[in-house]
Design a protein around this ligand. Sequence first.
Ligand code: NAI
Length: 327
Amino acid sequence: MKITFFSTKPYDRESFEKHNQTHQISFYEVALNEQSVRLAEGAEVVCVFVNDNLNTQVIGSLQKSGVQLIALRCAGFNNVDLIAARNANIKIVRVPAYSPYAVAEHALALIMTLNRKTHKAYNRVREGNFSLEKLTGFDLYHKTVGVVGTGKIGGVFANIMMGLGCKVLAYDVYPDEHLTTNGVNYMSFEELLVQSDILSLHCPLTENTRHLINAEALAKVKKGVMLINTSRGALIDTQAVIEALKNKTLGYLGIDVYEQEENIFFNDLSEQILQDDTLARLMTFPNVLITSHQGFLTEEALTQIAITTLKNISDFADKIMLINEVK
Ligand code: NAI
């Protein structure tokens, strides 16, 4: 099939070229939006990532161009107007699981870095500063970790934290029996907020979870709690979180995702003036660690993303049932 790729990075191109034998792919670096959608003219499939914007207007233009399939090379699909796609008779496929370990381990990396301040120690030592002032962390052992959403990633994360000797609490609309057997204690969201020393978000972004962490939730947490978000930026009300950092309710914030990341993350903006004042404010806190949506970025995950996406597209071409269809 003829596929137009949006938001292509060199690592995407490398893994897809390695695994593609069948399809004709045009790679574009630009993100999909109202302006760039014309690049899809003549394509049967568009292949997109987390910050491509598939709103009603874009989907209308894709339909006019003859696009029949949207192949998401990611798990989340909150950036696609599903109703518009259905009305346009465009099917959607995704990669529901590639490596839950990649994201869960990145959440751990954020926790370890924030706690033991290895990013600061690295810079200090390189500058000949061997002082330990202000580098004090805490033992993770026996701390209480609250996991919101115990699906594939949250489940792996819960097991990792239990391996470190933490007490793991969880909140999910569908609790997982295996995790309960392994020692995870399910409870209400409110109770989880009250008891946790570390809170980690692993639920999808939906209308129910948008701004799950808002001023009301932050009023219930333990003072000095560490908040980790590797899921989707809008799970957090960023302004409320900034207030909580200022009044020290939040002791640490580690985020791999940001509400307004769309035109910022994945791009080298080092020579430009950052226009997002909220992100700029977040970057001023010494106890905030931001990575630009790299949770998925492991060799294993990239390989699985390419294999599953290409199989999804081949199944569509062969009119086989689409096991990874988003409806
Ligand atoms: P999953 O679908 O396996 O698990 C999600 C869990 O959240 C399910 O157990 C579900 O019951 C639960 N859930 C749904 N609504 C909830 C609510 N209102 N409250 C509490 N729990 C709720 O998804 P998976 O693979 O574990 O991914 C989780 C999220 O991680 C994705 O939605 C995506 O946004 C994010 N993600 C981030 C990546 C990154 O690079 N940072 C990469 C891949 C995924």
